[in-house]
Ligand binder design. Sequence first.
Ligand code: GTP
Ligand code: MG
Length: 171
Amino acid sequence: GLRKKEVNVLCLGLDNSGKTTIINQLKPSNTQAQEIVPTIGFNIEKFKSSSLSFTVFDMSGQSRYRNLWEHYYKESHAIIFVIDSGDKLRMVVAKEELDTLLKHEDISSKKLPVLFFANKMDLQDAMSSVKVSQMLCLDNIKDKPWHICASNAIKGEGLQEGLDWLHDHIK
Ligand code: GTP
Ligand code: MG
C-alpha cells in the first residue's frame, strides 16, 4: 500500500500540563506506559494514524529543560502546545513561553500548524478552552493555522478531535 507520510511533531508546554499523558494516549494500547513520570529532557515517541506516521518529540516542560525546545523547531512540521486549564497562576508563564516560541526565527518564518490542548478540563476549576485561548491571546496568531481543543488526557477525551485537525492541516 501507500507509504505513510512521515511528520515530526513537537509537543511543548509547561511541566505538569499533561504532554506525556496525551502522547501516551495516542499510542497503540499495547505500547502505552502504565505510569507517567515527569519527563527528563525529552522522549521520542512514534505512532501511526490513518495516512500519517508521527514522530513526536515529547519535551520536558520544566524550566531547566525549556532551552532544549528550540533545537527541534527547524525539523518540526507541527506543534502541539499543552496547557493545564486548571493552573491559573501559571497561565502567564505559559503565555510567555508561547510568545517566545512564536517569535523564534525558526518558527515565525514557517506556516506550521499549532494545535493547543486546553487539558485537564475535568478539574473543577478548569478554565474553558475559550478562556484559555483569550488568556494566551491566540487570536493574535495570524500567520499560522491554529486550533484549540479542550481535553482530558487521562480519559483520552478531546484528543481525537485534535489529531483530526492536525491531519487536515499538515501539508
Ligand atoms: P513534564 O514532562 O514535566 O513537562 O510534564 P507533562 O506535561 O508531560 O505532564 P504529565 O503528562 O507527566 O502529567 C502531569 C500530571 O498531570 C500527571 O499526574 C497526570 O496524571 C496529570 N494529568 C494529565 N492530564 C490530565 C487531565 O486531563 N486531567 C487531570 N485531572 N490530570 C491530568
Ligand atoms: Mg512529560
